[in-house]
Design a binder for this molecule. Structure first.
Ligand code: FES
Length: 126
């Protein structure tokens, strides 16, 4: 499953927890889906074979980024059109001016795991 995750990270990452994502919940081609990871709304996006995880809430109007279009490493908010870098969460143009949170992704034998803050209700996977 090469190229799935955006980062290779150790098991222990402070107060964060790895949460497993079913492969069926991950976009098979470039696109985005909403997943709830321990109470945290996450936009799980695939672009050019890589999987990224971002907070599923545009920093401008608080709508779901997972309802937007994914292209060229960006997800475009469906409402006003700001694009966010899938790796950094930084908007590439207005009206959004603030980055959205991004979460580490790693590949396991069972599928994909996303690291979420423990205070977001994340549960340890594996
Ligand atoms: S709500 Fe996303 S750019 Fe305005």
């Amino acid at each position: 499953m090469s190229g799935e995750g955006s980062e290779v990270l150790p098991d222990a990452i402070g107060d964060w927890s790895w949460v497993g994502v079913e492969l069926a919940d991950c976009p098979a081609v470039d696109g985005a889906v909403h997943v709830d990871l321990g109470g945290l709304p996450v936009c799980l996006a695939r672009s050019s074979g890589r999987v990224h995880a971002l907070l599923d809430e545009c920093s401008h109007g608080r709508v779901a980024l997972s309802d937007g279009q994914v292209d060229g490493g960006l997800v475009q908010c469906w409402w006003h059109g700001s694009c966010f870098d899938l790796t950094t969460g930084v908007p590439t143009g207005p009206p959004a001016t603030r980055a959205v949170a991004v979460y580490p992704v790693r590949v396991t034998a069972a599928g994909i795991e996303v690291a979420v803050p423990a205070d977001a209700g994340g549960r340890t996977h594996g």
